[in-house]
Design a protein around this ligand. Structure first.
Ligand SMILES: C[S@@+](CC[C@H](N)C(=O)[O-])C[C@H]1O[C@@H](n2cnc3c(N)ncnc32)[C@H](O)[C@@H]1O
Length: 165
């Protein structure tokens, strides 16, 4: 189950909270809340896109398989799925385009409000860079709403092969 709430943090940032919860028959509950500061700006990567919510629910459903796995989120923006995966025990690296520093700032801000310390790196699809080559061996690559523009050469299978060693 997932619940969402929202509160205004400053002039242009509103913090949304996503709560992932399992109520078991024995009345014990497992619950994780991820806070996501969204920038009130229509550009890509500034707020949680619909696919990120679906992917985060998928991550939550598969959380038992994440412990200790190395995971990269590409085009992470405000990073809901990646941060949830980190909270579930994965060793996460968050990434967004090296050419969009404000999106990398969004990744960092979400980590900060969740008191999480994970690497945030600039990885631009289709570009071989030191950040890409220095990634650890990856078990999982996550990406939500990264096929949004036909002209963007986004995460084609070649890119994914480059990051999954
Ligand atoms: C539609 S947004 C989705 C953001 C986030 N994954 C979500 O679902 O909320 C697309 C993301 O891809 C990133 N992006 C766009 N072009 C990129 C590129 N060439 N390389 C890497 N990331 C890119 C944007 O900065 C943005 O964060």
């Amino acid at each position: 189950m997932m619940r969402m709430s929202e509160n205004e943090d400053s002039d242009n940032i509103a913090v949304k909270q996503f709560t992932f919860e399992e109520k078991r028959k024995d009345e014990l509950r497992t619950r994780i809340t991820v806070s996501v500061p969204e920038v009130l700006d229509p550009q890509y990567g500034m707020y949680v896109w619909p696919c990120a919510v679906v992917l985060a629910q998928y991550v939550w459903m598969h959380r038992a398989e994440l412990e200790g796995k190395t995971l990269l989120e590409v085009g992470a923006g405000v990073s809901l799925p990646g941060v949830l995966a980190a909270r579930c025990g994965a060793q996460v690296t968050l990434s967004d385009s090296a050419e969009l520093p404000h999106c990398l700032d969004n990744c960092r801000r979400t980590c900060q409000v969740n008191q999480l310390s994970v690497p945030v790196v600039g990885i631009t699809w289709g570009q071989v860079s030191s950040s890409l080559l220095l990634l650890p061996t990856l078990d999982i690559v996550l990406g939500s709403d990264v096929f949004y523009e036909p002209e963007v050469e986004c995460t084609d299978p070649g890119d994914v092969r480059l990051v999954v060693n």
